[in-house]
Design a protein around this ligand. Structure first.
Ligand SMILES: O=C(O)CCC(=O)C(=O)O
Ligand SMILES: [Fe+2]
Length: 300
């Protein structure tokens, strides 16, 4: 069935006053955002304007590998992702000669260029996302490629080049004990994707595995301007055991936490069959998704 995840609104003056950790705690503990997998925060258009990538000065020294995932249908409703880094991709011309590889930053710019050209139909998005997670569709899928876990932060670039940016909303530099512990010494103690931010450049039909964050941390995710909607699905924390038990009984018999491997995907029919309360949300440019600590969710 699916329940819409809770939504909240904020504006730029408020974001200057209060940092993201404080607002997150307030929404969780005082506004009913706690016992759900994630919530969606809509900043106002003034904040969205600050995310414009038109003037951005891209770094030269940045590299990434695309992940290639093959999909294996393990049992009804459960799919295993086998991931490989396509790194470095060595493109060949028609004579088999190696042609110069596009730099990572050029690949990212090309992605952003394609984003600008796409046409987005907000009205039909919900049906599209449900279809992409239906058994009928997933059983036919064999493979997808995703520029994921890129160790790079667009938000940090924007925040450090604009003094008007609400600095406590730079997800690459979240004030608090984790950053205090990991920053310094030229960044050698940072835990990539935990104390720093990462970029995910997906297209229609790219999926994240069903996962819980490292060390059961919460997480924050922002969608950049020009992006199509991004769909989030998560399970009510009190129903997680139903899915764990089911997958353990059926195929990962010896594993107490079958999803900690971060290599499974599930379809919506399975959640309905097991009577699991699941939440969903379609994130739009500028929207911030905050996932609660130790919840399981996935994205596409
Ligand atoms: O966008 C994705 O594929 C994954 C995002 C995610 O897991 C996160 O923001 O924590
Ligand atoms: Fe995540």
């Amino acid at each position: 069935m699916g329940i819409r995840s809770p939504e909240f609104w904020t504006n730029l003056p408020h974001m200057h006053e209060e940092g993201f950790p404080e607002i997150f705690d307030y929404l969780r503990f005082e506004k009913g955002g706690e016992n759900v997998p994630f919530l969606c925060l809509h900043p106002d258009p003034d904040f969205l304007e600050m995310l414009s990538l038109d003037e951005i000065v891209w770094p030269e020294n940045f590299d990434f590998c695309t992940t290639s995932s093959s999909i294996k249908n393990e049992m009804p409703g459960v799919y295993k992702l086998l991931k490989k880094q396509m790194c470095p991709a060595k493109p060949l011309d028609e004579n088999g000669e190696q042609i110069p590889q596009m730099s990572a930053i050029d690949a990212l710019k090309e992605h952003l260029g394609k984003m600008k050209q796409q046409s987005i139909n907000v009205e039909t998005d919900e049906a599209t996302f449900r279809q992409l997670l239906s058994r009928k569709h997933l059983e036919d899928q064999t493979h997808f490629a995703y520029n994921e876990d890129l160790a790079f932060s667009v938000l940090n670039l924007l925040a450090s080049s604009n003094s008007d940016f609400p600095q406590k909303w730079n997800f690459d530099n979240v004030p608090g004990p984790l950053k205090a512990l990991c920053s310094g010494d030229g960044g050698i103690n940072e835990i990539l994707g935990v104390s720093t931010a990462m970029v995910y450049a997906g297209t229609a039909g790219t999926y994240s595995s069903y996962h819980v964050e490292d060390a059961d941390c919460p997480s924050a995710n922002i969608l950049l301007p020009g992006s199509a909607g991004k769909a989030w699905f998560g399970i009510h924390p009190d129903d997680q055991w139903k899915l764990n038990d089911y997958v353990r009984q059926q195929f990962r018999k010896k594993c107490p936490s079958p999803f900690l491997h971060k290599d499974l995907m599930i379809d919506l029919e399975l959640l309905d069959e097991l009577g699991i309360r699941w939440y969903w949300c379609i994130q739009r440019p500028g929207d911030i998704i905050l996932t609660n600590p130790s919840v399981n969710y996935f994205v596409k």
